[in-house]
Design a protein around this ligand. Structure first.
Ligand code: LCS
Length: 393
């Protein structure tokens, strides 16, 4: 059977498999830093590229390769590059696609550190950045300068759940000869495939839905074309932000259940969003599945499901949010998302604390915003927990 041509759920289970001499049902962990050559000539050929034998785990490793082939198949990419974290993915992309004096245009409401690293660190090396509301195509056009090299989109955005039109972004980017990079973490390849919509590079924090069990930090970059794949892989190898084989094995195992986990989590999330929307103490709710979402139609057009991330605001603002966070007991008061457990957090004081007050305000990361990552527990228990917490306000 040709796995590459099979349906998504079959690829989830079988893509990237290794056929070993024992017929292992799972990918073996090649926990080795180095690989011996058959001869001096073989070693030289591995280095020159004439032979594709393994050399050293920072460069490539069979267990990591298996995960990379699996993710590339799920995102319909040319190839994937596994790295040590989602931030390693973001920074490797920045440094692969930009040189001193180049400029990036990005969604303003992105994961806080992905913005801070540009504004507070890479600015020292001459990289320029502009953060804007990318839900508006005209705003993107206006932000592009002659030295812009990358359009960087996070959709749905963390934590505002704003949705950016990916096809429109691909058109704008390519008209200006720049690369479209998409952080697809909030959707996973199950719900959105940006490469099919025109993106050049996609990345994930695999810490979230792809691994799905809150026990690993990992990232992956997928490209549409060979040339960009080689460019980014070369940077990853030189910077040394590779994965570890054991980490790759665990992610490979977690990824197999992606579809069933997301199916359950988004079924729960819709019920939570409806519960919140009808609650007297809740001022507003943002969830891609609610018709009240400002980009509801775009979400329906480019996402295959609504996901399990919800943001909401309470009528009594941050003070009420604190009472809620201190009085839920099933939901963990913790950052991160995309695991099987329900989490609650306050982006303005936690994940996005390092973004300046003015930039947070501009990006819609308001003080009243509570982020809720819905897990796969029984829906009645999740709603009871929220109900009890809200009653304390
Ligand atoms: N991109 C998005 C959309 C994220 O949400 C995160 C982490 C990253 C990239 C970075 O990935 P990492 O290096 O952590 O694997 N988001 C987090 C969050 O919202 N709470 O804690 C981490």
């Amino acid at each position: 059977m040709n796995i590459e041509k099979s349906s998504f759920n079959t690829k989830l289970i079988h893509a990237g498999e290794i056929e070993d001499q024992f017929g292992s049902a799972t990918v073996p962990i090649y926990q080795t830093s180095t690989f011996s050559f058959k001869s001096a000539e073989h070693g030289a050929k591995c280095f020159s590229g004439e032979d594709d034998g393994y050399i050293y785990t920072r460069i490539a490793n069979p267990t990591i390769d298996a995960l990379e082939r699996q993710v590339a198949a799920l995102e319909n990419g040319y190839g994937a590059i596994a790295v040590g974290s989602g931030m390693a993915a973001a920074t490797t992309i920045y440094l692969s696609l930009m040189s001193s004096g180049d400029h990036i245009v990005s969604t303003d409401a992105i994961y806080g550190p992905a913005r801070s690293v540009m504004e507070k660190q890479f600015v020292r090396f001459g990289l320029e950045s502009t953060y804007i509301n990318t839900t508006d195509a005209e705003t993107i056009e206006k932000a592009i300068r002659p030295n812009t090299k990358v359009l960087y989109i996070e959709t749905p955005a963390n934590p505002t759940i704003d949705i950016t039109d990916l096809k429109a972004c691909a058109e704008i980017a390519h008209k200006h000869g720049i690369k479209l990079v998409v952080d697809n973490t909030f959707c996973s390849p199950y719900l959105q495939n940006p490469l099919d919509l025109g993106a050049d590079v996609v990345f994930h924090s695999m810490t979230k839905f792809i691994n799905g069990h809150a026990d690993i930090v990992a990232g992956v970059i997928i490209t549409k074309e060979e040339q960009l794949y080689k460019q980014i892989r070369n940077m990853m190898v030189l910077m040394g932000c590779n994965m570890d084989p054991h980490q790759a094995y665990l992610v490979h195992r977690g990824l197999k259940t992606l579809a069933v986990r997301i199916d359950r989590a988004q079924e729960n999330a819709m019920k939570v969003a409806q519960f919140l929307e009808n609650h007297s103490k809740v001022e507003w709710v943002k969830y891609p599945g609610l018709k009240s979402h400002p980009q509801y139609e775009i979400g329906k057009a480019q996402m295959k499901g609504d996901g399990s991330m919800i943001s909401f605001g309470l009528k009594k603002g941050f003070e009420a949010a604190k009472i809620l966070m201190d009085n839920v007991h099933l939901a963990l008061l913790a950052v991160s998302l995309g695991g099987i457990e329900t989490l609650i957090q306050h982006p303005a004081s936690m994940t996005h604390a390092k973004v300046s007050a003015a930039d947070k305000q501009k990006a819609g990361i308001t003080d009243d915003l509570v982020r809720f990552a819905v897990g796969i527990e029984h829906i009645d228990d999740i709603i009871d927990d929220l109900k009890n917490g809200l009653e304390k306000i």
